[in-house]
Design a protein around this ligand. Sequence first.
Ligand code: MG
Length: 249
Amino acid sequence: MSIIIKSEREIAAMRQAGRIVATVMKMLKLYLRAGMKTKELDMLAAKELEKLGAKASFKGYRGFPASLCVSINDEIVHGIPGERVLNDGDIVSLDLGAIYNGFQGDGAMTVAVGEISSQARKLVKTTEGALMAGIAVAYPGARLGDVSATIQDYAESRGFSVVREYTGHGIGQEMHEEPQVPNFGRLGEGPELKKGMTLALEPMVNAGDWRTRLGNDHWVVFTADGSLSAHFEHTILVTDGEPEVLTVA
Ligand code: MG
């Protein structure tokens, strides 16, 4: 498999898919509050996607039962929404993929429920900052390793660690295309970025150690040491100039 360069027509479709993801995320952030069950967020996401004429990328993907991933505190990614109730002080990572006219958008964010600890606040801010730092170097001619190393350095220099076993990815007609986009790496290594590539960058940052543990449902991924974790993701387009974020409302 090789990295797919998108045509203008494909990019236009991906802008629409990305906008839908961002629109639903914005709505979820508004609704999210203490006392809510995580399955309520999933139902909201599913309803809103349908209203916008899109399909949920995750639903049925390798058997995943929901439209939205909801991962709380020491849960890193792939949490299945259900009866769990959100509490004041939790951090909640929401991950959503949408398919529109055959093309995919993928985005994630970590949201605070009420008042959170200063460590949690710093972690969330750092993870979003790491994503934006990675995007900022995704110019044509750069190497994929430049993106990875920038994300890693941003998180580690602030005292946190980046998850190794789960990565960002190319995205297009498929949710996961070439290349994998690790959140750690070396400057100057890996494939060269070219105009027309579409990538989902998604740092998962842990307050403690980077190691992970799979939950009993074989979906949810925890930090091995029980520390907090945050997750931000955007689908982006490599252009002639500044990288374009597609998951914007
Ligand atoms: Mg993704």
